[in-house]
Design a protein around this ligand. Structure first.
Ligand code: UGA
Length: 453
């Protein structure tokens, strides 16, 4: 089977390289020539642990192009993995999707071809895309072209393991088209491939569940899954606030409730709240889909509010200890929205830096991986870069831990805190093992504040 993947972002690249590793001939298509040239040179435009190694192993099956004319006619299956970023209204921007769908349609060649939606698309998109196909495909015939909704559930940072050993594969569409996808995914469904040595099969893992649904249910599953995970996090953060009021410890509480199998311990880590390109966009999109039908979604609206409030609470914690921020030097550790990625989209650190700078603080930031990307994308923010976490802390009045990179866990905190001017640590990811041996004011989320200096 010949595969073309349209869009080489996190999802598109991960899918392209994974399918090439499974032995398919894959063409990755992107209209961004610079990206394609980097990929042709074997250089990944994103940071994802282990992906460079898998790219080396799968290189022989991969071709990169900017041309729809060249890649679509020969493809049996076409994956659409373009971005659908949120508009200021909260609704997803479908411009890239529309233009990709049109370009695909114009180049379909009349043989049996399947278009797979892997991007997180608004509910009803498959119907809308069918109309685009009807309008723009030269050889349109409903028995020959079909759309399948196959939402992606991978997480950045663990994308390889999530794609090779998924919990489930959701396939929405008509039976004949879904059957083709079963064929394509057979090595994953049967786990018949040899695991790459650097991404071993997790112990206890057997095989994914395959969920066959209608197109619309598949689209809905993606949103409902992300929204539920976002709810869990906001729930933990709301409980964390109450823990601080009554003097309980959120980690003890979530550990205790998580032992109930109906609740589970995962995705209950209180902290700076969720960020990234998905949860904010998808929760807002669901709320606005509800609005289109006059259907209110108060639980989701509250989850979004709690998440927004969480970022403000972090700065308020700092203000309680430092009072005036004007002229104070504040270190921000971690810029990526979570560890093991260089993705800066909707990162809490962005809002921390912006707020601190607006309050007159001088901000020095450090991230193990995301600083080069921040230079390109955060030019509008006022901050300077530090060479290392300990360099960021030297002479600082306070530090905010915004992302829980392992590198920060391994830092000699006692030594680093001693180099600070005043020793205020706001651990917005509950990363520190308390107490420190040196006197410092340490505030975590959902816990009692540490001893005063
Ligand atoms: C999320 C979903 O987890 C994936 O299943 C989904 O495929 C993806 O969105 C998507 O729609 O493309 P991702 O955004 O990569 O994946 O990251 P997560 O690991 O889910 O983390 C999201 C945010 O929640 C991060 O900012 C993280 O720090 C935060 N988080 C996560 C918490 O604050 N507490 C937790 O317990 C877990």
């Amino acid at each position: 089977m010949n595969i073309t993947i349209v869009g080489t972002g996190y999802v598109g690249l991960g899918t392209a390289i994974m399918l090439a590793y499974l032995g398919y001939r894959v063409t990755g298509l992107d209209t961004d020539l610079q990206k394609i040239e980097r990929l042709r040179a074997g250089d990944l435009p994103i940071y994802e642990p282990g992906l460079d190694e898998l790219l080396r192993q799968a290189q022989g099956n991969l071709t990169w192009t900017t041309s729809y004319e060249e890649s679509i006619p020969k493809a049996d299956i076409i994956f659409i993995c373009v971005g659908t970023p949120a508009l200021p209204s909260g609704q997803p921007n479908l411009t890239y999707l529309e233009s990709a769908a049109r370009s695909v349609a114009r180049n379909l060649d009349g043989k049996t071809q399947i278009i797979v939606n892997k991007s997180t698309v608004p509910i009803g998109t498959a119907d809308w895309m069918t109309r685009i196909l009807e309008e723009h495909a030269v050889h349109y015939h409903t028995n020959r072209y079909d759309i399948v909704s196959n939402p992606e559930f991978l997480r950045e940072g663990t994308a390889l393991s999530d794609s090779l050993y998924p919990d489930r594969i959701v396939l929405g569409g008509r039976p004949w088209a879904v059957a083709r996808l079963h064929e394509l995914y057979a090595p994953l469904i049967e786990q018949s491939f040899t695991p790459p040595p650097h991404v071993p099969r997790p112990s206890g893992y057997t095989r994914p569940a395959v969920v066959n649904t209608t197109l619309t249910s598949a689209e809905m599953i993606k949103y409902a899954a992300n929204a539920f995970l976002a709810l869990k996090i906001s729930y933990a953060n709301e409980m964390a606030g109450l823990c601080e009021c009554v003097g309980a410890d959120i980690e003890e509480v979530t550990g205790g409730i998580g032992l109930d199998a109906r609740i589970g311990t995962r995705f209950l880590a209180a902290g700076a709240g969720w960020g990234g390109s998905c949860f904010g966009k998808d929760t807002s999109a669901l709320v606005s889909t509800g609005e289109e039908y006059g259907y209110d979604m108060p639980i989701l609206r509250a989850a979004i509010d709690v998440n927004r409030r969480q970022r403000t609470l972090v700065i308020e914690k700092l203000q309680r200890h430092l009072r005036l921020l004007k002229g104070k030097r504040v270190a921000v550790l971690g810029m990526a929205f979570k560890p093991n990625t260089d993705d800066l989209r909707d990162a809490p650190a962005h809002d921390f830096i912006a707020r601190l700078a607006s309050l007159g603080a001088s901000v020095v930031a450090y991230d193990p991986v995301a600083m080069p990307r921040a230079r390109q994308e955060w030019g509008h923010l006022q901050y300077s870069e530090a060479r290392s976490a300990s360099a960021a802390l030297a002479g600082a009045d306070a530090v905010i831990i915004a992302t829980e990179w392992d590198e920060f866990r391994l830092l000699d905190w006692d030594a680093a805190v001693l180099t600070m001017r005043t020793r205020v640590v706001i651990d917005a990811r509950n990363l520190l093992r308390m107490p420190l041996s040196v006197a410092a004011t340490v505030e975590q989320i959902g816990k009692d504040a540490g001893p005063a200096p």
